[in-house]
Design a protein around this ligand. Sequence first.
Ligand SMILES: Nc1ncnc2c1ncn2[C@@H]1O[C@H](COP(=O)(O)OP(=O)(O)OP(=O)(O)O)[C@@H](O)[C@H]1O
Ligand SMILES: [Mg+2]
Length: 255
Amino acid sequence: MNNILESKELNKTYVVNNKTQHNILKNVNLQIKKGEFVSVMGPSGSGKSTLLYNISGMDNVTSGSVFFNGHEISAFSENELAKLRLNKMGFIFQHIHLLKNLSIFDNIILSAYMAKVSSREKINQRALRLMKQTGISELANNDITQASGGQLQRVAICRALINNPDIVFGDEPTGALNSKSANEIMEILADINQAGTTIMIVTHDVKVAAKTERVLFMLDGNIIAEHQLGKYSKEKNDIKARENKLSRWLMEMGF
Ligand SMILES: Nc1ncnc2c1ncn2[C@@H]1O[C@H](COP(=O)(O)OP(=O)(O)OP(=O)(O)O)[C@@H](O)[C@H]1O
Ligand SMILES: [Mg+2]
């Protein structure tokens, strides 16, 4: 089983005011291999976020199927989906919902305590390791109001990784950040990917997408083209060359 995630003829339709039907995803066929780092680009409104929500079991598909590790999750119950998301998936969203009355550390460990995947001691150790890796160790006891946007994004990454997920989804994970912070977040994600976690993100930013392995281009509800960049490594790759190559391709796409 080479694909961690696969969609077959995936459709998503919204009915607005009980009459107008909007076909947002149109027969999307997508395969993501285990260990891949994929990004999705495309114009605003093309369906990128909708694709992410539907392929990750956060939303119900209208028709078609989604397979995760060979299991048809589009046929799962809400309960099964919640369990799957908690244990196997991590989510990093731009408008991260952190709990205001909990410390940063508690925000990170909460879902792991809920999932009960290991002892609280082990979970705490893992949280400390992740915080160290993302450079926010000193913030453990802070309130979330006492952290910058970039730091909160790191909190969101720690939280997404606390259950050691097979795959991490990000909708504009660097969207609210300046380019320096965005760069640092992407280096963290590249490291996580090197360590084996599959990652799928949506981004508008060429610099961000240039650090991913494969770029999908969405237009009007479908993936109309893709561009293979290969795995990114800070040591081995000339990032400017990757950015230029990707920019040229996007220009050909009319983006
Ligand atoms: N709950 C909903 N009800 C009705 N229409 C929706 C709903 N959610 C999204 N849409 C529509 O689906 C289309 C695709 O939205 P989506 O958020 O997936 O786009 P996107 O590519 O992520 O855009 P952006 O780059 O601006 O984030 C848009 O036209 C949007 O208005
Ligand atoms: Mg979006």
